[in-house]
Structure formats: C-alpha cells, structure tokens
Design a protein around this ligand. Structure first.
Ligand SMILES: NC(=O)c1ccc[n+]([C@@H]2O[C@H](COP(=O)([O-])OP(=O)(O)OC[C@H]3O[C@@H](n4cnc5c(N)ncnc54)[C@H](OP(=O)(O)O)[C@@H]3O)[C@@H](O)[C@H]2O)c1
Length: 280
C-alpha cells in the first residue's frame, strides 16, 4: 500500500477498520495483517468494537516477527454517552481520569506500550466544544507529552468544531476521522479545513455511506474498464482526493482487492465521470 509521510513516518493510505466484528475480530484482524494491512483502527468502546480481540491478533503478529514500528495502531477515547454498560473507566471520575483509564486499558488490550494515534471519538455536544471536550483533549495531550502516543485526532467533527479544537489545542490534531458522504462533496467542508490546518483526513464508511455511488452505472463502467470492483474505484477515488481510507471488509478476497487499489490508476476521464456522479 502506498504511504503518506507524516512527521517522517510512512503511514499507509488504506487502514483496516475493526468495528462491529465482535467474536470474529481477532481472526479478521489476523487475516488483514496477513493480507498486508499495516494500519489498524479500533476504539475502547465495547459497544461497537472488541479492542481485546484486535490486541490478540496484534500480539500474535508481533510475536511472529512483525516489527512494532511497521504497524500503525489507532484507538479512541469515547465519552460515556457513546458507551454501553461495559465502560473502560469509572464514569464518576473526572474526564481527565476517564481518558487516562481508557488509554491504559487500550494499551492492555492491544499488548503494546504506546499507540500511534489516539482519537477523541466525537465531541460531547452537537455544536461547538464544551468543557468535557477541553478536559479530554488536555488529558490526551498529557499522554502525548509522556511519549505514549505519537499523534492525536478528532472524529465525527464539524468544520467549526475542528477550527475550535485547533484554536484550543496545544498539541494539534494530526488526524480527523469522519464518515465521508459523497453527497456532501465527500465531506468537502471538513476536508478543506483539514488542508488549511495541515491535518490528514481519514474517511470511513466510504462504501456503506455511499451505496448509490458504488452502484452508479458510470462508476460500474469505470470499474469494468479497469477490471476491478466498483468498491475499489470508490476507495481509490478517496485516496486521490487526499484522504486516508478505511475499509471494514470481513472478506479476505475483498481485503486483497482493497489493498490492490495501491496500483489502480484512474484516468482524467474516470475522474471527470466521478465528479459528475458526486462532485468533490
Ligand atoms: N469514528 C467513528 O465514529 C467510526 C464509525 C464507523 C466506522 N468507523 C471505522 O471505519 C471502519 C469502516 O467502516 P465501515 O465498515 O462502515 O466501512 P466500509 O468499509 O465503507 O464498509 C464495509 C462494507 O463494505 C464492503 N466492502 C469492502 N470492500 C469491498 C469490496 N472490495 N467489494 C465489495 N464490498 C466491499 C464490506 O463487505 P464485505 O465484508 O463483504 O467485504 C462491508 O459491507 C470501521 O470498521 C471503523 O474502524 C469509525
């Protein structure tokens, strides 16, 4: 997979997403690593992720000779409002303590002593940032200051919330991770703010949020010309728009197909057709 250079580190352009895999998590992450994925996204949010399952596969891969430096590991801190009863921290504790407890559990789950990226799963309120967001970010900055995480990020953010976080942060976000809707210009507004702030955008649900694009006859025609699947065209288009793309596939054949977009070269005509389907 092609890479982006971030702070001198080669970061893959396609990441494996581990949400909603439950008991299959360990096996699927093992398959993804075997297929060649070298960046894994998870969260310490048992409601949607099985972080310990991710860790079981990572431990095996590291014990089998995969170098820790060759693997990008990203997890998230999730406020109690986004969790079920299986909380990774004491909900009565101050937010800073919750972040510290959640992060410590992430390290335990994943069997590592540092993460590459720690993401605030989403602001605590629909508009703007509140005191909990500020407290969480300061606690994430403290983890960063201890050298236990290389980069910080924010997810499910609006453009205005991102601007507010950049203004507040002492350690600015390196990543934004958002659901990327083609019908919103492939999250045009947030991507523009990312470019302005020097932040790398990670797009998720590129396939599930854009089923009409994947099924569009013009996208199908592009895929046929290149002898690939429409899903691969959409993921490649996301890379061409400058994003890191996430894929949540559970199918080992799709894992290899998704990684193969590294060598898929879309033509100017393809790009014009994609722009007609959903302008960026
Ligand atoms: N920050 C957040 O709040 C947040 C929220 C949601 C998700 N995420 C992250 O983003 C990751 C991906 O999310 P997602 O699962 O919604 O995204 P997705 O990758 O858009 O959707 C996965 C779907 O696409 C299909 N697919 C993948 N590759 C394919 C291919 N080559 N051909 C045909 N179908 C293909 C999969 O089917 P098969 O299994 O059959 O391949 C599956 O149904 C999650 O696992 C998680 O890590 C983050």
């Amino acid at each position: 997979m092609s890479t982006l250079l971030i702070d001198g580190v080669a970061v893959p352009r396609l990441w494996y997403g581990t949400a909603w895999k439950e008991d299959a998590t360990e096996g699927l992450v093992a398959q993804a690593l075997a297929a060649g994925f070298r960046a894994i996204d998870t969260a310490n949010q048992r409601k949607h992720y099985h972080e310990a399952g991710v860790g079981a596969a990572v431990r095996t891969a590291l014990a089998g000779g995969l170098a820790r430096d060759a693997l990008i590991l990203q997890s998230k801190f999730t406020f109690a409002s986004g969790q079920d009863h299986r909380l990774p921290y004491d909900p009565a504790a101050p937010i800073a303590t919750q972040v510290a407890q959640s992060f410590a559990r992430s390290l335990e789950h994943l069997g590592v002593d540092r993460l590459d990226s720690l993401v605030l799963h989403g602001p605590s309120q629909a508009r703007g940032l509140g005191p909990d967001d500020h407290a969480a970010w300061r606690a994430m900055e403290a983890i960063h200051a201890r050298g236990q995480v290389r980069w910080l990020g924010i997810s499910n953010t609006s453009a205005a919330q991102l601007d507010a976080m950049v203004a507040f942060a002492e350690v600015r976000p390196t990543f934004v991770q958002n659901r990327c809707y083609a019908e919103r210009g492939w999250d045009r507004e947030v991507r523009a703010r990312c470019r302005a702030h020097g932040i790398t955008y990670q797009g998720f649900s590129l396939l599930t949020a854009n089923r009409q694009v994947v099924a569009d006859r013009r996208v199908v025609a592009i895929a046929q010309r290149h002898a690939v699947a429409p899903a691969q065209v959409v993921l490649r288009h996301a890379l061409d728009l400058g994003m890191i793309a996430l894929t949540g596939t559970r199918d080992p054949v799709h894992m290899r197909d998704d990684l193969a977009i590294a060598t898929l070269v879309l033509t100017d005509d393809d790009r014009a057709a994609l722009a007609a389907v959903a302008p960026a």
